[in-house]
Design a protein around this ligand. Structure first.
Ligand SMILES: NC(=O)c1ccc[n+]([C@@H]2O[C@H](COP(=O)([O-])OP(=O)(O)OC[C@H]3O[C@@H](n4cnc5c(N)ncnc54)[C@H](OP(=O)(O)O)[C@@H]3O)[C@@H](O)[C@H]2O)c1
Length: 325
């Protein structure tokens, strides 16, 4: 099979296409013929050696994909060869075939979705659902501020927040890409390059501020978000695409009774099974209603994986970029 191989850490140019044996599914495993795999910011970090999870070299990058079941290992029940599935494997998805444990919660491809869309669902949906529902308990009519809304996990939070009945304010750095975010359900979009989001969020919420702030950007964006959080607001630490974490002023947290909440959507479900059960039960239902259906702005063949990573790094993507395999 053809697979992307990372043999040395570095920028996307270190990646090459290798010919490798098709893996054999062992007991309790499923072999999947991958048709599409989507890019996530952590893929780029992992290849550069800058992500918290550091796989041994060489490795096949990619953490989420979709395809058809090609074979079942001994003892696997409940699945049939040919079923279309969404799955996660960290790493190992940028290849023609992948083996996953049957108990790793693969999900059926929703009716009417392409494999490209399906491949882009899992990480963004899990992060938005765990952040907004499990961790922040977002309620109807609350004000939700989503940073990084032009990106994968941000856009899913816009879509889910709207579905939950919140008033959604979304930030990003490009007017054209923010128009896509508006079409995905944002009530207001703010280009942080031309407008200070702090006073505008207060204006848009009648001076109250945002009840929930979902932040994949970090750095100064998070620090400044404290200033437009509502009394009793919940701030979700999702990631650090601006380059690094934040230094928080604890006086703001005290004065406004704020909650600062760390979000690790996948890891939390591994520690606490009811969250994993919730994903398994709710995601097919939400996807069938079209909630968190991914927006794909870029598609590349497997051979152009380095170009796919570059459009992520150059912030050209709106929603998700996908490899079609
Ligand atoms: N906590 C979790 O469980 C979890 C799960 C998955 C991912 N994550 C993290 O979430 C983050 C986003 O991942 P993703 O895949 O959605 O990335 P992505 O699709 O590449 O999106 C990146 C977003 O960050 C924004 N951004 C980048 N640099 C910025 C800056 N200096 N100032 C303001 N905005 C900036 C971009 O906005 P513009 O380009 O419009 O400026 C874009 O909206 C990553 O840090 C990732 O590790 C966390």
């Amino acid at each position: 099979m053809r697979a992307v191989l990372c043999e040395t850490l570095g920028d996307p140019s270190v990646l090459r296409i290798a010919e490798l044996p098709v893996p054999e599914p062992k007991a309790g495993e499923i072999l999947i013929r991958v048709h599409a795999a989507s890019l996530n910011f952590p893929d780029v970090l992992m290849v550069a050696g800058g992500y918290q999870h550091k796989p041994a070299l060489p490795f096949i990058p990619g953490m989420e994909a979709a395809g058809e079941i090609a074979a079942l290992g001994p003892g696997v029940t409940g699945w049939t060869v040919g079923d279309g599935v969404i799955f996660g494997k960290r790493p190992g998805c940028f290849a023609e075939y992948a083996v996953v444990a049957a108990d790793s919660q693969p999900m059926k491809v929703p009716v009417g979705w392409s494999f490209a869309e399906a491949s882009a669902f899992r990480v963004a949906a899990t992060t938005a659902y765990n952040g907004l529902i499990h961790r922040a308990g977002l309620k109807r009519r609350e004000v939700l501020l989503v940073h990084g809304a032009t990106g994968g996990v941000g856009m899913a939070a816009v879509q889910l927040g709207k579905h939950l009945g919140a008033q959604v304010i979304a930030t990003g750095g490009d007017d054209a890409r923010l128009e896509v975010v508006r079409a995905q359900g944002a009530d207001f979009v703010i280009n942080y390059r031309s407008t200070d989001f702090v006073p505008l969020v207060k204006d848009l919420s009648d001076g109250r501020g945002a009840d929930v702030i979902y932040d994949p950007v970090g750095g100064e964006t998070f620090e400044r978000s404290l200033r437009c959080a509502a009394f009793g607001g919940r701030l979700l630490v999702i990631g650090f695409t601006s380059g690094g974490p934040s230094t928080l002023k604890s006086n703001h947290i005290l004065i406004k009774c704020l909650s600062v909440i760390g979000v690790r959507a996948g890891e939390h479900a591994r520690h606490y099974k009811p969250f994993a059960d919730d994903y398994a039960r709710e995601f097919p239902r939400l996807a069938a209603q079209g909630v968190m259906r991914p927006h794909i702005s870029h598609r590349f063949p497997l051979e152009r994986v380095a170009d796919a990573m570059r459009v992520v790094l150059e912030r050209k993507v709106v929603g998700k970029a996908v490899l079609e395999i």
